[in-house]
Design a binder for this molecule. Structure first.
Ligand SMILES: C[S@@+](CC[C@H](N)C(=O)[O-])C[C@H]1O[C@@H](n2cnc3c(N)ncnc32)[C@H](O)[C@@H]1O
Length: 260
């Protein structure tokens, strides 16, 4: 994968014109997405309802593509990458894991398989993708692991117990989230983390101006997200070892500082 320059602003007209000239075949799909975006935005004022409608449309076509994988091979590869990373960072079968934006269990089925029964909790805003998640679960014959899959409309975790999760994981979720959604998540995630636990999330990183494309893809500076975590009393650090993997997004790990 060739790395894109980190100061590129994909929302700028200049970028769009250059991109269109280099990739003429992508112009028609982009125009279709723009038209869909306009229609959905008129019907859904808040971001979660809007993005739920995006997922409904995408998942009706192909749930694997809806979570960002162009084919089965890539879907398996992206799931394995997330799984291997967390196991390499100490995820053990007796741990409890909360996956925010679990999608159709691209990584989730591997976590479920690895963890003891009941140790996995997946939440998502999209009913359509959660139905696809249940299909993944039965295809992989993981019923006996009794994972929890729950539909949510916010990231306050108000229905979950305090200090419950050793690991909270969100892959390719904040890359589709405006700052208010990330702020809400960071304001509440500390409550559900177990002592010594951590929250890992990926994001689309820019070193130029922060921007978004069609309110579907958001680009943030590392310092913005680190400062947001700190505002909520959390510690945050950039995970340099994740950069070595062929993924394209960056990762931040958030922890609750020990009280002296
Ligand atoms: C690109 S997919 C990634 C899915 C999964 N994390 C993976 O790696 O396969 C993004 C997922 O996050 C969900 N999502 C987006 N915004 C969310 C939010 N605010 N809260 C919970 N889930 C969200 C979407 O419905 C979608 O299933």
């Amino acid at each position: 994968m060739t790395a894109a320059p980190l100061d590129r602003n994909r929302a700028s007209l200049l970028h769009k014109v250059r991109y269109a000239l280099r990739n003429p075949g992508k112009v028609a799909p982009y125009l279709r997405r723009s038209a869909r975006d306009l229609g959905l935005r008129l019907r859904h004022r808040d971001h979660v309802s809007y993005y739920r409608a995006v997922m409904a449309d995408d998942a009706a076509r192909d749930p694997k593509a809806a979570v960002g994988s162009r084919n089965e091979e890539r879907w398996l590869e992206l799931g394995r990458m997330q799984f291997d990373y967390l196991v390499g960072h100490g995820l053990r079968p007796e741990h409890r894991l909360l996956e925010i934006g679990c999608g159709n269990l691209r990584a989730g089925w591997r976590f479920i398989d690895h963890l003891d029964a009941g140790g996995y909790y997946g939440i998502d805003i999209s009913p359509d993708i959660l139905i696809a998640a249940k299909e993944t679960l039965s295809e992989r014959r993981l019923q006996a692991k009794l994972p929890h899959l729950t539909l949510v409309r916010d990231l306050t975790f108000d229905f979950l117990p305090e200090g419950r999760f050793d690991v909270v994981h969100a892959h390719s979720v904040f890359s589709h989230s405006p700052i208010e959604v990330i702020d809400e998540c960071l304001a509440h995630v500390g409550r559900v983390l177990a002592p010594g636990g951590f929250f890992d999330f990926t994001f689309d990183r820019t070193e130029g101006a922060e921007h978004h494309v069609l309110r579907e893809d958001f680009y943030y500076r590392t310092e913005t997200l680190v400062a947001l975590a700190e505002k909520h009393g959390l510690s945050a650090r950039f995970m340099a070892d994740w950069e070595e993997l062929p993924h394209g997004q960056s990762k931040i790990r958030v922890t609750v500082p020990e009280r002296r």
